[in-house]
Write a protein that binds this ligand. Structure first.
Ligand code: DX5
Ligand code: ZN
Length: 218
């Protein structure tokens, strides 16, 4: 079954806990925390302090998507803040294998993200080491962008590679996912679904979450 990971980028930052409790109460499994540094991506969001504050009141799996340069310098801080999964970008890591081992040394899950233009081949040799691969289905930086259709074949390629190696690696998709295209990404092989604007900008969060699950299981 799929796991739903609402992205807090589309929440109201002035009412962050209130908004996060809405998605927790609606049964979403992961909280997708978009961390941006204004260098790796042209936007700035939040740091470990905000994560630590949320951790006290939220029981969801904290899934940190680090869109930052030099992620190694911040991994311990995000672990201490209470993250359960840390995802780094392949494009931001000079020594990706080392960074993954660094994350895993804290006994949490490690993931690697790929921008739309980055080939699957670039992570082939670390696939055994990660718990999750994040296929960006938009260029990172902003919520509310349109899904890039060409990513469907990329998800299928990754799923094929994972299965051919007999691995148990989650495939997360992030960007432009809505109730009306969730089935396409699930059929291609994705099982962890990030959705920002589709969930937080909806009138009724519970209904939208239920619709995501219903459509994903068609
Ligand atoms: C984009 C972020 C996404 C974003 C998704 O860089 O990584 O998590 O919030 O937002 P939607 O679902 O609105 O495309
Ligand atoms: Zn994200």
């Amino acid at each position: 079954m799929i796991k739903l990971a609402p992205s807090i980028l589309s929440a109201d930052f002035a009412r962050l806990l209130e908004d996060v409790k809405k998605v927790e109460n609606a049964g979403c499994e992961y909280l997708h925390i978009d961390v941006m540094d204004g260098h790796f991506v042209p936007n700035i969001t939040l740091g470990p302090g905000v994560v630590k504050s949320l951790r006290k009141d939220v029981n969801m799996v904290f899934d940190a998507h680090l869109m930052i340069e030099n992620p190694d310098s911040y991994i311990k801080e995000f672990v201490d803040a209470g993250c359960d999964i840390i995802v780094v970008h392949q494009e931001a890591c000079k020594h990706l294998h080392r960074t993954i081992q660094n994350i895993k040394s804290y006994n949490i899950k490690a993931g690697v993200a790929l921008n739309p233009a980055t080939p699957i081949d670039t992570i082939k040799h670390v696939l055994e080491d990660v718990d999750m691969v994040l296929i960006m289905t938009v260029n990172p930086g902003f919520g509310g962008q349109s899904f890039i259709e060409g990513m469907i074949s990329k998800i299928k390629e990754l799923k094929g590679l994972i299965d051919s190696k007999g691995l148990n690696v989650d495939i997360q998709v992030d960007g432009g996912i809505k109730p009306d295209n969730v089935l396409d990404v699930v059929k291609a092989g994705a099982n962890v679904i990030v959705a920002g604007s589709a969930i937080f900008n909806s009138e009724n969060i519970q209904e939208t979450v239920d619709l995501f699950r219903k459509n994903a299981s068609k």
